[in-house]
Design a protein around this ligand. Structure first.
Ligand code: NAD
Length: 486
């Protein structure tokens, strides 16, 4: 079977907003281009929606809320299960759309779609288990009980790095808990969210899932400030998180923030250098390093430093960078031009500050936003490439004397999302995991996730949990009902 052309793929995606029971053009005719990052060609246009479009979507979500919230958990679960089945049936189209929109290689992108289906199924089941703690008599003459209720209309705002997977990670618990949704995908990568809305339109009651396209500063901000949106969940940069918190403050809505990361990987002398280098190849360069949990700072004790660097350089040199449509490609382009330039800027500045590019460091000639996978050594802890989220295929290697210094360096950034430690000494591993100021700590691996386990950051990485039962609870409110006994 030959691959569909870009025109054929785009014809499967309505480039409009899904509001209530129909696809609607935006109020103004302003549009935003969708660029294929491997070719730099504009492949579609989406509406640059205004406050009025967002308002229409919020009203549709509000109208759908009473009947969706009062379905039984089983009835909502059946619809989420059907949506998971539809998503899997659409696997090839969804994968191809993510490849042309975000540049994710065709050989691996289907895993993002099947993970999305898995998260839908997880929340379809988990939504049926929601409960309050014990009912009982806590004051003389009264029985108390706890109800967990949906919060209301959820405004969900997603980034461009895992477009469909992040959207589903928010939509699934929000819907399972009985909320209705207005989703605003990233303006950089809207296609799979729109395709998902096509599937949902066939399965969910009208208005339960609405999708509004547009920029963050306009459509996104309109969603955050809307008085009839009860909860906002953002995955995005830390600067955006601060702005969203500020914008949400007037209406005092609940805000869930999943923000940037700057993950350290600590490698101790007794670690297996070859296995560690192999793990870091994937965790640092998966999705061209455009991953909030990417292992970006490799902090190494002296006894293994040279051996690890040698293995790592061999691993990194074996990464096949190229056309994401080629099934042998490991790493595609970065997702958009300004971001590619920003990552290059970090590399140049690191070199100006005395760093050494051990491997990579440049862009690929020709079209597309491609960068070479890069290892940099010899940079100071205070340098921008160590302190800031680079979000590209770049790691820095640091030599430290011992575990204490390793933990100190690891914690010495404003972020606190993911971290790892590689060692065969279980005592040291547990000690490090206790002292690392990060929401997830892996031991002898970096980056593995599952729907059942929570994900979320500390410090400037945000303060919410996604995945797991904890995320479901984030989308509920607790009500105490107290009955006076006769
Ligand atoms: P971004 O902050 O630029 O945009 C994220 C979303 O927010 C987009 O939909 C954007 O349109 C919207 N937005 C921007 N300004 C807004 C505003 N003022 N009001 C409302 N919405 C607004 O982030 P990005 O560049 O799309 O994504 C990359 C960032 O996301 C990185 O920092 C990465 O670490 C982070 N991220 C975090 C996680 C996590 O789980 N913590 C996961 C993936 C990505």
């Amino acid at each position: 079977m030959s691959s569909p052309s870009i025109d054929e793929l785009i014809s499967l995606v309505p480039t409009a907003n899904l509001i209530g029971d129909r696809w609607q053009e935006a109020e103004t005719s302003a549009e935003l281009p969708v660029i294929d990052p491997a070719t730099e060609v504009a492949i579609a246009k989406i509406p640059d929606s205004s406050d009025a479009d967002v308002d229409r979507a919020v009203r549709a979500a509000r109208a759908a809320l009473p009947s969706w919230a009062t379905l039984t958990p089983r009835q909502r679960s059946e619809r989420l299960m059907a949506l998971a089945d539809a998503l899997e049936s659409d696997l090839r189209t969804m994968s191809d759309l993510e490849t042309i929109d975000a540049g994710h290689p065709t050989g691996v992108v289907s895993g993002e779609i099947t993970s999305g289906a898995d998260r839908l199924r997880f929340y379809a089941g988990a939504g049926r288990t929601l409960e309050g703690r014990a009912a009982g008599e806590y004051a003389p003459g009264y029985t108390s009980m706890i109800r967990r209720e949906p919060i209301g209309v959820a405004g969900l705002i997603t980034p461009w790095n895992y477009p469909i997977l992040t959207a589903i990670t928010k939509v699934a618990p929000a819907l399972a808990a009985g909320n209705t949704v207005v989703l605003k995908p990233s303006e950089q990568t809207p296609l799979t969210a729109l395709r998902f809305a096509v599937l949902a339109h066939e399965i969910l009651p009208a208005g339960v899932l609405n999708v509004v396209n547009g920029r963050g500063s306009t459509a996104g901000a309109a969603l955050v400030t809307h008085p009839d949106v009860d909860i906002v969940s953002l995955t995005g940069g830390t600067v955006t998180g601060r702005e969203v918190s500020r914008l949400a403050a007037n209406s005092l809505k609940r805000v869930l923030l999943e923000l940037g990361g700057k993950a350290p990987a600590i490698v101790l002398d007794d670690a297996d250098a070859a296995a560690t280098a192999s793990a870091l190849r994937y965790s640092a360069f998966w999705n061209a390093g455009q991953d909030c949990s990417a292992a970006t700072r490799v902090i190494v004790t002296p006894g293994i430093y040279d051996e690890l660097l040698e293995h790592l350089a061999r691993q990194v040199a074996s990464i096949a960078v190229g056309d994401p449509r080629d099934p042998t490609t490991d790493m595609g382009p970065l997702t958009y031009d300004a971001h590619r330039d920003r990552v290059l800027g970090f590399i140049e500045r690191a070199v100006d500050e005395g760093g050494t590019v051990h491997i990579g460091g440049g862009r690929r000639s020709g079209a597309g936003y491609f960068l070479e996978p890069t290892i940099i050594t010899g940079v100071a802890q205070s340098s921008a490439i160590v302190q800031s989220e680079v979000f590209g295929p770049v790691i820095t290697l640091h030599r430290v004397p011992d575990l204490d210094e390793a933990v100190a360096a690891a914690n010495d950034v404003e972020y606190g999302l993911g971290a790892s430690v590689f060692t065969h000494d279980i005592g040291k591993a547990m000690e490090a995991s206790r002292r690392l100021d990060f929401g997830t700590v892996w031991i002898n691996d970096h980056g593995a996730v599952s729907a059942e386990m929570p994900w979320g950051g500390f410090k400037q990485s945000g303060h919410a949990k996604e995945r797991s039962i904890y995320a479901l609870e984030e989308y509920t409110r607790i009500k105490h009902v107290m009955v006076k006994l006769p």
